[in-house]
Design a binder for this molecule. Sequence first.
Ligand code: KIV
Ligand code: NA
Length: 272
Amino acid sequence: VAKRRLAPADIKALKGERPIVSLTAYTTPIAKLLDPHVDFMLVGDSLGMVVYGLDSTVGVTLEMMIAHGQAVMRGSERACVVVDLPFGSYQESKEQAFKSAARVLKETGCSAVKLEGGAEMAETVDFLTQRGIPVLGHVGLMPQLINTTGGYRSLGRSDKEAEKIRRDAKAIDDAGAFAIVIEGTVEPVAREITGTLSVPTIGIGASPACDGQVLVVDDALGIFTDFKPRFVKRFADLAPQISAAVEAYAEEVKARTFPGQEHTFQVKTKPA
Ligand code: KIV
Ligand code: NA
């Protein structure tokens, strides 16, 4: 029997069964390491910040997402792979969204896209899902809106904010998304949404009440250390290990103790 990747429908079916496990991935070697352990990998546009050093996700292009989507597909065979649609590639019209999402599916072989937005994106989500493109929603804190919302603070403390997130999540559920990421949202709101939606909620900074969790892999591994939001847990602390390794390498090169004989190609001399 041919091994089959988890499909968006399989992710959806996990609601009520067990918590859904996800991390972001941007490269082939990291995808290989995550593949046995996660239900889906998200090729997040967070790569703009953690891989390219941009100070927001706004500058990320569709070409960047496709290149990294291809890399993650090459490094995985079991997990479902979802690729973020970047800012400017889907907000103009549902037709623009379809064109961008179709390019992502055709050029990477991944099975779904994610887009940020609530009620204002519901028509687009319906348009894509009716035409063969599974969509992962994303509500609550939406990093692509940084220039109008002005910050990365958590949301849902006021009645007005809570009501907007609830309405956004319901609209994207009704529009046919297979699951919905809730980012940076207070626990009672995330819990209530999780209890009322027909599809799983995937939390990031949105409490243990969600149906699943996602983290940026460089945060979880302690590689990205510019800042650490409250919701991040470092399951490893790789940055100091990388620094120590690079320091040791530099010392050995300067001392001429690397490369050693075992790393060196020699010519066997034939007896005369
Ligand atoms: O881009 C990203 O990594 C994301 C997750 C944080 C949900 O959208
Ligand atoms: Na994202």
